[in-house]
Design a protein around this ligand. Structure first.
Ligand code: 9MG
Length: 351
């Protein structure tokens, strides 16, 4: 777990003096780490110099993992879905949410709904979204699954139209046939809340394409995930589960630079779990992938603020997203694009 995060001149100075390492090749550096586990040295809190000495000694003893973990934590991230995430041109990226479901547009699937969804997505793009996440199945707690044909009818015409207009699109789906059709229609990204685990054909379909994927963590299914979610240690458990999903995707032939991870706020998590994950988010850079977060309008923001209407949770959502940026998260999935873009610009200028 990286500690002592600094940005700007202190980060540059710490790295130059060997007292800091860049976090995911971004604007932050960490000056200490907490190492956990049976082989953690001393009290587990190490300076960067001690961390590197420990990793070097482990490699001499035949264990390359500590050195590889440091490299994954620190190295710049390659461009992802056409978005520059590290170095010159990098900035926090925004994925705008476009749900083509009956509760969002007149009646998902019909012509009017398609037109409304396309216009809505265009507005999000003009407001500063870098990519539009188009979904046809609600994954809210308690939501029932929809038939794959219905999901396809809802999302495909919207994706086709946006892709034809040159708007970068991601598809939010757990289903292999929807992924395949969306890839053929020109999506730039697959966003799967099941981490390519629900549909047995999904990994092969993504592997056979050049399209990158967001692997989100979810405990259970949307129908039941909020019925008493339980972890031994939520941060370590979600981290380990995502590490397994990344390994499964690499085994299936998906190149590492095509994989991003997302801890899945609100997906099988209590309020306490969400807050623990948010404050320990920097740990997830140890997976070596870009980090995506979806905090926008989530019920834990309602629980913290007493705001029952999700549309009135904009300020809480932006505050949560800024907390994620402070730990090097690269992409935020949000509903309120203009407000989030404004906050991100100010945050970035102040770095
Ligand atoms: C589809 N969807 C809903 N919430 C999400 C979240 O938090 N992350 C990602 N990647 N997708 C989400």
């Amino acid at each position: 777990m990286p500690l002592g995060l600094v940005s700007g001149d202190p980060a540059i100075a710490a790295c130059a003096a060997g007292a800091g390492l860049a976090l995911a090749g971004g604007a932050f550096a960490f000056t200490r780490v907490r190492v956990t586990g049976a082989d953690a040295p001393g009290d587990g809190v190490l300076s960067v110099a001690d961390l590197l000495r420990w990793a070097t000694q482990a490699a001499r003893d035949g264990d390359d993992e500590p050195g590889e973990l440091v490299a994954r934590m620190s190295r710049p991230r390659p461009d992802f879905a056409g978005l520059v995430l590290s170095g010159t041109g990098a900035r926090p990226r925004i994925m705008g949410v476009c749900n083509v479901t009956p509760d969002s547009f007149s009646d998902g699937g019909d012509h009017a709904a398609t037109e409304q969804a396309v216009e809505f997505a265009q507005r999000l793009f003009e407001a500063g979204a870098d990519i539009i996440d188009v979904g046809g199945e609600s994954t809210r707690p308690g939501a029932d699954p929809v038939a794959v044909e219905v999901e396809l009818e809802r999302v495909l015409p919207v994706i086709e139209e946006l892709a034809a207009q040159g708007v970068p699109v991601s598809v939010d789906t757990r289903r292999a046939p929807v992924m395949r059709a969306a890839i053929d229609a020109g999506v730039a990204l697959i966003n799967d809340v099941s981490g390519l685990s629900d549909d047995p054909d999904a990994r092969a379909i993504v592997a056979a394409s050049v399209v990158p994927v967001v692997l989100m963590h979810m405990q259970g299914t949307p129908e039941t995930m909020q019925d008493d979610p339980t972890y031994a240690d939520v941060v370590d458990d979600v981290y380990d589960a995502l590490a397994l999903r990344v390994a499964a995707c690499l085994d299936a032939g998906i190149a590492p630079e095509r994989i991003a991870i997302d801890p899945g706020f609100g997906f099988g998590k209590t309020l306490a779990h969400n807050l623990e994950l948010l404050s320990a988010l920097a740990q997830f850079h140890g997976l070596g992938c870009p980090t995506v977060v979806g905090l926008s309008r989530k019920s834990f923001i309602g629980a913290l603020t007493g705001e029952e209407d999700p549309r009135q949770r904009v300020a809480g959502s932006v505050a949560a997203a800024l907390k994620a940026l402070d730990q090097g998260a690269q992409i935020a999935r949000v509903h309120d694009v203009a407000e989030t873009r404004q906050a991100f610009e100010v945050w970035r200028a102040a770095l």
